[in-house]
Design a protein around this ligand. Structure first.
Ligand code: BGC
Length: 784
């Protein structure tokens, strides 16, 4: 009997086990069974599902499962083959796909195209071009076997010393948001994802994993969050990456107010929230806040499983987060079995990179039409960077592209010679640097020349060069990257050897009536005011990607007419920067807190409102032709729900060119103060032939009139007279109009969240909200 019972129970057990296996085998992830699949997961699988697969060491384990690995990828999501869930691959970064050039089972180098950095792209002010760059990056992401591009970076360029500025677009949230939306739309048109980052206010690299930023609610809403909001509304990125920093006491990755109240509730964001790599401290808090995917993950497995077992983390939170992740996975090429070709459209993509570089370079100075070069046969190239062009920044924003040409190489392609003795001098210097290994992680061997001092060059050598060439070209280079911010001296200010080089070359060449051109091969603003009178022309080439030197020569020779304009102001001196006294934070040697006391007055909002003259203002840039602006027309002088503003631009010069047209608004101030002007719309004409015109039409809706009222947690368009200022830069206003709004309009009411946890002595025009020192008060117990 006993034996029979035992046999029966064994049979029953086998029966149930087989049912479980059969049903588990039957459930495979599909677009419409996500909840069911989650129910079929074990706790261990759930925990793994919200974590990346870890670093390379752990990743090796996955190689044995036969899943294709993309070497050099940033990480991958977890796979559960029994439930039909594949790994998906996430790769950096903002200026092109960052992968290794040698891949398993691929018999050719897998070079990716290095595109112009974000600042260059923003300086095009051309959404179509930026979208096409996105399409090209997305094509490489797809064909090399990745599912998600970890870019664009879109933080505000608050201070010129920030190490990662080159990965970001602008000091202005509208321009940043529009550029990010354009590139995301381009990337995602390939059915791969884009991940906007770093949410939010990732403006400091010093102590980036711990720094606590104290920012007013208004500055957050109007400056630091606004660009993200625009990008989400206009492009719906598949992913958003939280930043390392804290805002007002909370790590962004753990902040429910930011991730739930704002991102999900107010902005209705539907994609996945991923942490930056190894960020924050409290992984349970990250899960609960809705940071669904922890990267690179893997080391938190036990902790999260225990948290569920012991009641610190509700399993339903894991389920919610996994649902978001699976919603993403079902859209990916990996899930949809896309067979990567390993052959993206490299030639076309390189062409796109060149076009963007040509449109993003900014002509800062051009005395007596020094440029374009006319019948120039030989150029004297000065500066180490002329022979080692900087195509992009360092860190995760770097791209492993096929070698990019230096300026001298491209000049020669154009049948213009360079002075050989200079070439020998500088290439010897650069080669000697390449042989040195610098014992610091800040400087990668690849970029060693970018960070080395400019060599001193003798007057005799300059004199000889001046005799045998038609013109001098000096390239000044700067590089920067993740993990550290730059110093005022050595980065923002020119070094002594750079100043001497400029002075000596200008003296010598001008004596023999020859011109000097300066090329700035930099990722963000540097000091120009003290030396810009010396050379005849200055061309800001930025860090323009792998085709940059070709684009540069096309502009220098006039094949392309420059049309880029500054996406960031160039201050006269570092101390003019509104955050200069508080950057990076306090205590200065090892900052814990960063007080954003300049508030909303970032970039031109500060320079224009407080009448501090920049060296080159936001929106500035010259052309080889001139443009005339017609008187603008407003569809109405009374604002109801929108106003159309039209302006006609005519090329009144002698060569074809494109013009960036900017629309600023000066809003009335009766209750809440406003910056003097704010960018509300922009556009770029097509290539206008001499004499040709184009009419641009801009629409202002009520949201473009609104400011954030902290007292009410509302965006309000304030009644009064608005001035519309349309121009060629933030200072060069060519045409004006006015309209009136009759009553205050609340455009949006938002959650009253993310207030600073300390008093902020914020800059303002009205001298309100200032600390009153106790010694200024008559205290009751003064007599005692
Ligand atoms: C960077 C991110 C990058 C990630 C993955 C982090 O250190 O901050 O921008 O996407 O690494 O490489």
């Amino acid at each position: 009997m006993n034996q029979i019972f035992r046999n029966t129970s064994q049979l029953l057990l086998l029966f149930f086990l087989s049912i479980r296996t059969i049903s588990a085998q039957e459930i495979k992830l599909q677009k419409d069974n996500i909840k069911e699949v989650i129910r079929a997961m074990t706790l261990e699988e759930k925990v793994n599902m919200v974590l990346g697969v870890g670093d390379e060491g752990v990743w090796k384990h996955y190689k044995t499962t036969g899943i294709i690995v993309l070497k050099g990828q940033a990480c991958a999501t977890y796979a559960i083959p029994r439930l039909g869930i594949p790994n998906t691959v996430l790769t950096d970064g903002p200026a092109g796909l960052k992968i290794d050039t040698i891949q398993n089972n691929v018999n050719h180098p897998t070079y990716a195209t290095a595109f112009p950095n974000a600042t260059t792209l923003a300086s095009t002010w051309n959404k179509d071009i930026v979208k096409k760059v996105g399409q090209a990056i997305g094509n490489e992401t797809l064909e090399y076997g990745s599912d998600m591009l970890l870019g664009p970076g879109m933080n505000i360029q608050r201070n010129p010393l920030t190490g990662r500025n080159f990965e970001y677009y602008s000091e202005d949230p509208l321009l940043s948001g529009e550029m990010a939306a354009a590139i995301v739309n381009g990337i995602q048109s390939n059915n791969v994802g884009a991940c906007i980052k770093h949410f939010a206010a990732n403006n400091i690299e010093t102590n980036r994993r711990t720094i606590n930023e104290l920012i007013s609610q208004r500055a957050l809403r109007e400056i630091y969050l606004r660009g993200f909001q625009i990008a989400i509304q206009k492009s719906n990125p598949w992913m958003i990456m939280t930043s390392y920093n804290k805002i007002n006491g909370y790590f962004t990755a753990e902040d429910k107010a930011l991730l739930q109240s704002i991102l999900r509730d107010e902005w209705k964001y539907k994609g996945v929230v991923v942490t930056d790599w190894v960020s924050g401290q409290d992984f349970i808090a990250q899960m609960r806040a809705g940071n669904e995917l922890l990267m690179p993950g893997n080391y938190q497995t036990k902790l999260l499983a225990n948290a569920v077992k012991h009641g610190f983390l509700d399993e339903s939170v894991l389920d919610r987060n996994i649902e978001m992740i699976l919603n993403y996975i079902v859209k990916t090429p990996s899930f949809n079995n896309y067979q990567r070709s390993n052959h993206p459209n490299s030639a076309a993509n390189a062409q796109q990179s060149k076009i963007a570089a040509e449109e993003g370079m900014v002509l800062l100075k051009n005395n007596e039409n020094t440029l374009p070069l006319k019948s120039t046969k030989k150029v004297s190239l000065f500066g180490k960077t002329s022979y080692s062009f900087i195509i992009g920044g360092t860190g995760s924003g770097r791209v492993n592209n096929r070698q990019a040409a230096s300026i001298n190489e491209v000049l020669n392609l154009f049948k213009i010679k360079d002075t050989k003795q200079l070439e020998v001098f500088y290439t010897n210097y650069n080669d000697s640097l390449r042989r040195v290994t610098v014992p610091t992680m800040k400087v990668r061997a690849k970029n060693i020349i970018d960070f080395a001092p400019e060599p001193n060059i003798s007057i005799e050598m300059i004199q000889r060069a001046s005799k045998e060439s038609d013109v001098a070209l000096i390239t000044l280079g700067r590089n920067a990257g993740e993990l550290w911010d730059r110093d005022v001296d050595g980065y923002f200010n020119l070094s002594t050897s750079e100043k001497e080089l400029l002075q000596n070359v200008c003296n010598v060449f001008h004596k023999v009536k020859k011109k000097v051109i300066v090329v700035l091969n930099i990722g963000g603003p540097i000091e120009v005011a003290s030396w810009r009178d010396l050379p005849d022309a200055i061309l800001l080439a930025w860090q323009p990607g792998q085709e940059g030197s070709l684009a540069l020569i096309n502009i220098l020779t006039g094949k392309v007419n420059p049309s880029g304009k500054l996406a960031v102001s160039f201050p006269v001196k570092y101390s003019d920067v509104p955050s200069s006294t508080s950057f990076p934070g306090v205590p200065t040697n090892n900052p814990v807190n960063a007080f954003y006391e300049e508030g909303i007055y970032v970039g031109y909002r500060f320079y224009e409102t407080f009448k501090v003259k920049p060296a080159y203002e936001f929106g500035y840039g010259l052309s080889y032709t001139n443009f005339e602006y017609s008187q603008l027309t407003l569809s109405n002088n009374q604002f109801t729900d929108k106003i159309e503003v039209s302006v006609t631009i005519k090329n009144s010069g002698k060569v074809a060119g494109k013009e960036v047209v900017q629309l600023y608004l000066s809003a009335p101030v009766s209750v809440v103060e406003k910056p003097k002007i704010e960018l509300k719309e922009f556009g770029k004409t097509k290539l206008l032939k001499p004499g040709e015109s184009e009419t641009l039409i801009f629409t202002l809706d009520v949201n473009s009139l609104a400011s954030f009222w902290t007292s009410k947690s509302q965006w309000i368009a304030e009644k009064g007279n608005y001035e519309v200022l349309v121009g060629a830069s933030s200072k060069d206003i060519r045409s004006k109009g006015t309209f009136t709004l009759n009553k205050n309009i609340v455009t949006e009411e938002v959650h009253d969240v993310m207030y600073p946890n300390v008093f902020l002595n914020e800059l303002n025009q009205k001298e309100v909200h200032k600390t009153i020192k106790t010694k200024d008060l008559i205290l009751e117990d003064d007599d005692n």
